[in-house]
Design a binder for this molecule. Sequence first.
Ligand code: ATR
Length: 276
Amino acid sequence: MTASRYALIGHPVAHSLSPRIHAAFARQAGIDMRYDAIDAEDFDAALAAFDGAGANVTLPHKQRAAAACSTLGDRARRAGVVNTLVRGDGGWHGDNTDGLGLVRDLTGRQRLDLRKRRTLLLGAGGGARGVAPALLDAGIGDLFVVNRTPERADALADALGEPMRVHPRYLDDLKGLGEFDLIVNATSATRNGSFPGLPMSLAGPRTAAVDLSYGEAAVGFLAWARAAGARDMVDGLGMLVEQAAESFALWHGVRPDTDAIHAELRAREDALVSAD
Ligand code: ATR
């Protein structure tokens, strides 16, 4: 085992900002570590070959990572997906920092009060599963889970175990659901260029619209939210930085300050998006 070695395992990972974020945290904390992006189609083979002390896991392997762990933290167990691995004596310990990362960005940096917000979660894949428990813990009101494949919306709602607060619905129902105070886009629809039409009636002057993606991938949903009259439009860059800080804290016992790297990446993203 190489104690100073960490990595992100996913497919694809070439454009990931995580190595840059963790390098900045390591410099800040005075910790000598290496953090690589490992592009792997076969997650199990990549993990078996990896000799480091910890790893992040991203698309499309978060569910597979949960299965590879010998122990799971509470957040990962409720989500059924793992984004952070910590090597222990008896194998990998899995945790999920995505949800806390999102809530920290929304309540801290964006200064949004999430309590009692009537919430729509679009998607029921790894991203949606990672953030739903933390949103519930943050005190949102009713949570409507809408997904293209109805069985996955049902499965996520069941897994969350709060039938009075969590309601699975289907794409065809969207028109009749009324207005939401918080809409979280956790689908990969914009990433793969096939964003479904959303009724304007979902958003209004109280709505915060949040995309878990950032950069080009978030443009379509956030443009829809603006056109629909939403008040706040938030992309996933802040969540990316905050979830990384939580992972860093699990590995090193120090929670880094996130403001400087967030500002640097925000300036870079703004320049890239406006250049297109
Ligand atoms: P992730 O880890 O990003 O959540 P995922 O587990 O593959 O990735 O989930 C992708 C999510 O985007 C799913 O909710 C998926 O819907 P299905 O469960 O029906 O596949 C959703 N999604 C992807 N493309 C979509 C599209 N064109 N329209 C609507 N939903 C889409």
